[in-house]
Design a binder for this molecule. Structure first.
Ligand code: TRP
Length: 506
């Protein structure tokens, strides 16, 4: 198999460049824009706690598996999966991991680029003093105005896609590595500055209480699903981005310690972003549950009130754009690498073609906020919301589940053991057991429970006035979910075991 020492696309100079690139991928809009607003929507502390548990029990084990798969395959995720499947003589169904991942990458980047475009446009707005001395209503109107204007949204979306493609066409070393080494240090400096700003000007104690006092009565099933989905999204897991980056990783680097570093930094940035944003929200008597507009209304308004806000505000959005940029690179890299391998064309051509396809998909998201706002792909969800929901809450957890099962059951034990190359066999076995049993069961339970609306089982729970489902402890769906899950789980294991033993006897 293609288990040689280097990928045709290049290799990271050392372990630290992998850490930097993977952190660049992980730290993005998910941390600075999405995490604060979903924490606000799902009630704060309890949500944060569940999210942290998801990172520890699901995110980190899956990330280790994904890096290991990439490094062993040494190709684009689609072809790495092919190679790994044939090495393990496992069933062909596992190749779904590569294909579904590429599709998820297209969908995610298409809406991600639109939001990144908002932050680009906000750099300009803040720098030119658009928010100086405006009141809150005007700040809100400014954001609404941007969303209502498809032409402007298109310009920024296009610009962001050009920036992303511009890096990736220059290759793993000259493009990705050199860009990341500049962006990442800048990012951390700015976050620290902004926390200082939040702490001195804002109400930091309310923010701390909001983020860390756990009130479990506020925790709904959907909140748990969103926390799980977000742990995949924020660590860039489940679609092959980390697998692609793993394929450029040096043989001798330790996967476990690098993954802990990346996951730790990502979590730190998310919490710090919360601590930078919520104090300002509370100090202005605003609601933390402001949704996607949280960062684009509350913050600019506040910056507009502060001395030096014009400068710091512009700087803040530059940094958001940088964070988004280093993530977008990792969303387009897996498909680019595959097209280069499959069609033997230049990276520049491959990446441009993919960029154009994603750019076109993004038009749907642009129009979700204006001309097509009435068009629903999923019930009650615009194209933008649907892409976000389908990828973060379905495709990524499913991808993660399959990755855990593949390394746990599809791959040979000694291959996984060699690839992880952990000094401590006990630690390896701990990870292996978590990955085989705890992680898949946790994902599947959350998944099935979160997706089945309780009201489809018991219409009495439906609140006729609001159309919402009562947050009850109704157990039937959970029970049915559990049974479906158990059957699916046993079937997958049986399938992979059968393939393995057949492979061995032949
Ligand atoms: N992790 C990034 C963020 O938090 C987004 C991202 C980059 C991503 N690459 C990914 C999400 C791959 C899922 C899969 O903003």
């Amino acid at each position: 198999m293609a288990n040689n020492n280097e990928s045709i696309h290049g290799a990271w100079r050392n372990r630290w460049t992998f850490i930097l690139a993977a952190t660049g991928s992980a730290v993005g809009l998910g941390n600075i824009w999405k995490f604060p607003y979903i924490t606000g929507e799902y009630g704060g502390g309890a949500f944060v706690l569940v999210y942290l548990m998801c990172i520890a029990l699901v995110g980190i084990p899956v990330m280790m598996a994904e890096v290991a798969m990439g490094r062993r395959g040494r190709q684009s995720p689609i072809n790495s999966m092919k190679a790994l499947v044939s090495e393990a003589k496992a069933g062909p169904g596992w190749k779904l991991i590569g294909w579904m991942g590429a599709l998820a990458g297209f969908l995610i980047l298409s809406f991600y680029s639109v939001v990144a475009g908002w932050s680009l446009s906000y750099v300009l707005k803040l720098a030119t003093g658009t928010f100086s001395e405006v009141d809150q209503a005007l700040a809100g109107a400014e954001f609404e105005g941007l969303l209502g204007d498809p032409g402007t949204l298109m310009i920024w979306h296009t610009l962001f896609m050009i920036l992303t493609v511009g890096v990736v066409i220059r290759g793993v070393n000259k493009g990705i590595e050199s860009t990341i080494s500049v962006l990442m240090p800048l990012l951390f400096v700015l976050l620290v500055v902004l926390i200082g700003y939040g702490a001195s000007k804002g109400d930091i104690m309310s923010a701390v209480h909001f983020m860390f006092d756990a009130d479990f009565s506020k925790l709904t099933k959907e909140a748990v699903l969103v926390a799980l989905g977000h742990s995949f999204f924020t660590l860039s897991l489940g679609m092959g981005a980390i697998m692609a980056y793993g394929s450029y990783m040096p043989r001798n680097a330790s996967i476990s310690s690098t993954v802990f570093t990346v996951a730790g930094l990502d979590t730190l940035v998310a919490l710090l972003a919360g601590l930078a944003i919520f104090p300002i929200v509370f100090a202005n008597g605003l609601e933390p549950s402001a949704g996607p507009g949280l960062m684009f209304v509350t913050l600019p308004f506040t910056f507009g009130q502060m001395p030096g806000g014009q400068f710091f505000g512009a700087l803040f959005f530059i940094l958001v754009a940088f964070a988004a940029w280093s993530s977008a690179i990792s969303l387009i890299e897996p498909a680019t690498a595959w097209v280069v391998e499959r069609f033997k064309i230049s990276r520049a051509k491959a990446c441009s073609i993919i960029g154009v396809i994603i750019w076109m998909l993004g038009i749907g998201s642009v129009l979700s906020f204006n001309d097509w706002s009435e068009f629903h792909l999923l019930p009650g969800k615009t194209i933008f919301d649907s892409f976000d929901f389908i990828t973060a809450n379905i495709m990524l957890p499913l991808g993660g589940l399959l990755i855990a099962l593949f390394v746990g059951f599809g791959m040979k034990y000694h291959h996984a053991y060699n690839e992880m190359n952990m000094k401590n066999a006990g630690l390896f076995n701990l990870w292996y057991v978590v990955l085989r049993f705890l992680t898949p069961i946790a994902i599947a339970i959350v998944f099935i429970n979160g997706l089945l609306p309780e009201c489809s089982f018991d219409s009495e729970l439906l609140n006729a006035e609001t159309g919402e489902c009562g947050n009850s402890t109704f157990l039937m769906p959970r029970f049915i979910g559990g049974v479906v899950l158990a059957i699916a789980y046993i079937a997958i294991i049986a399938m992979s075991l059968k393939k393995t033993s057949r492979g061995l006897s032949s």
